[in-house]
Design a protein around this ligand. Structure first.
Ligand code: PLP
Length: 252
């Protein structure tokens, strides 16, 4: 086993320990928080070693990268989620390879996803991404549009909404990040979906390397951690997801 892999496995155990301790400190059951390993730029041999050591929950951020890794990991038992911005023309390519999509943020995506799933007689777990920080550069539905968006999704039954996802403020300041996570929890508690058969708001996907402790204190059920486990990435985060809806428009 390479030195890097050893470090990674140690880091996973340390993060997991922090998660468990944070849960206990706030009276939550540690089994109610899943650690999703954000593996963008992480080579498949490292991912494979994680799987062989019992860490089997992963997330990719770009469709190309997801597809590039799928073959090398075939035959291994693991669960893959998609956490990046998903362009409608790539939906076809992801539906066979992931168990949950965290970034449902617009009706056109919902329609395309439902159509492709129906064609293949599939269903898909998904989360609605909410823009809790109010930053224009962020993807995600505005909080005051959430209820009507969920009503719209209720007409597309191949998609099973399990909860909400957010990326908080990019800030090391707890005062800035915590209100984002709290808002997501409140939205989840206050939005009544009991009359929609394909929507249950029970998962809160929030918290990354810098802020997962805060997120757990505020009720996260899935934390998405990359850097603290795999080390710094070569590209800045903006390369992966701070391009934002505005930047996206400019590409068309
Ligand atoms: C990369 C990524 C993460 C993990 O971020 P780190 O700061 O590396 O822990 C979480 N969520 C999303 C959507 C990501 O793209």
């Amino acid at each position: 086993m390479s030195a890097r892999t050893k470090d990674v496995l140690t880091n996973i155990l340390n993060v997991r320990k922090n998660i468990d301790e944070t849960c206990r400190a706030v009276g939550r059951d540690p089994r109610h928080v899943r650690l999703l390993l954000a593996t963008k730029t992480v080579p498949v041999n490292v991912i494979e070693q994680c799987i062989l050591n019992g860490h089997t929950l992963f997330a990719e951020n770009k469709v190309q990268e997801l597809l590039g890794k799928v073959d090398s990991l075939s035959g291994l038992e693991y669960e893959s989620h998609f956490i990046g911005h998903l362009q409608s023309n790539k939906v076809r390519q992801v539906i066979h390879h992931v168990k949950c999509i965290h970034s449902i943020d617009r009706l056109s995506l919902v329609k395309e996803l439902n159509k492709r799933l129906t064609q293949h007689e599939l269903t898909m777990k998904a989360l609605v991404q909410v823009n809790t920080s109010g930053e224009e550069s962020k993807f995600g539905i505005e909080p005051d549009r959430l209820a009507s968006f969920l009503e719209e999704i209720s007409h597309y039954p191949a998609i099973q909404i399990e909860g909400l996802m957010t990326i908080g403020f990019f800030s090391s300041s707890d005062d800035k990040v915590r209100p984002c996570f709290r808002l997501l929890r409140e939205l989840s508690e206050q939005t009544d979906c009991s009359h929609y058969s394909n929507i249950r708001l029970q998962e809160l996907s929030m918290g990354m390397s810098n802020d997962y402790v805060t997120a757990i204190q505020e009720g996260a059920t899935i934390v998405r951690v990359g850097t603290s486990i795999f080390g710094q990435r070569e590209h800045p985060d903006s390369y992966y997801w701070d391009e934002g809806p505005k930047a996206q428009d400019r590409h068309h």
